[in-house]
Ligand binder design. Structure first.
Ligand code: NI
Length: 173
């Protein structure tokens, strides 16, 4: 296992529509394991492939409470098959936009079809924080970040902050 470098916004790789995964390869398994490790290390509850520079349609997540056993998940080629009219607002963050948290409104529940690392197809309904997490991660696969839901002025301020952060990090080496 090895930690991956998480790409910080703004970056063209975070704006791309990712390609469908065509079969589960040993490389994909290894990458998913590395991404889970990277996510736990950060720490975060979700990480999408483009955030580590891989433009393919999958993400990892673990929304288990801190005090309970880990529940690592890998969702491949996810797509929303149903979304509730009810909405929910959560304060969202993103490992590609460190230190920024904003309230984002999304459907409160969604059903998602996806396949797992064994190539098995699933359809599952998600609610609460998990529903927010899967929608946030699926957005990444379509080149969309949570800041894209904010006003232009807020988004530009956050982007400027991230540019500054990247410059500082580059100076530190
Ligand atoms: Ni994110």
């Amino acid at each position: 296992m090895s930690l991956k470098k998480i790409i910080i916004h703004p970056d063209p790789r975070l704006k791309k529509i990712c390609d469908r995964v065509d079969g589960v390869s040993p490389e994909l398994r290894k990458l998913a394991t590395d991404m889970l490790e990277t996510m736990y290390d950060a720490p975060g509850i979700g990480l999408a492939a483009p955030q580590v520079g891989v433009l393919e349609r999958f993400f990892v997540m673990d929304v288990a409470a801190k005090e309970s056993a880990p529940e690592p998940r890998v969702l491949i080629n996810p797509r929303v098959t149903w979304a509730s009219e009810d909405e929910n607002a959560y304060e969202e963050g993103c490992l590609s936009i460190p230190g920024i948290y904003e309230e984002i409104t999304r459907p409160a529940s969604v059903r998602m079809a996806f396949s797992d690392l064994d190539g098995k197809e699933h359809e599952e309904e998600f609610e609460g924080l998990t529903a927010t997490c899967v929608q946030h991660e699926l957005d990444h696969l379509d080149g969309k970040l949570f800041v894209d839901y904010l006003s232009g002025i807020k988004r530009r301020m956050i982007t400027a902050k991230m540019k500054k952060l990247k410059k500082e990090r580059a100076r530190e080496g």
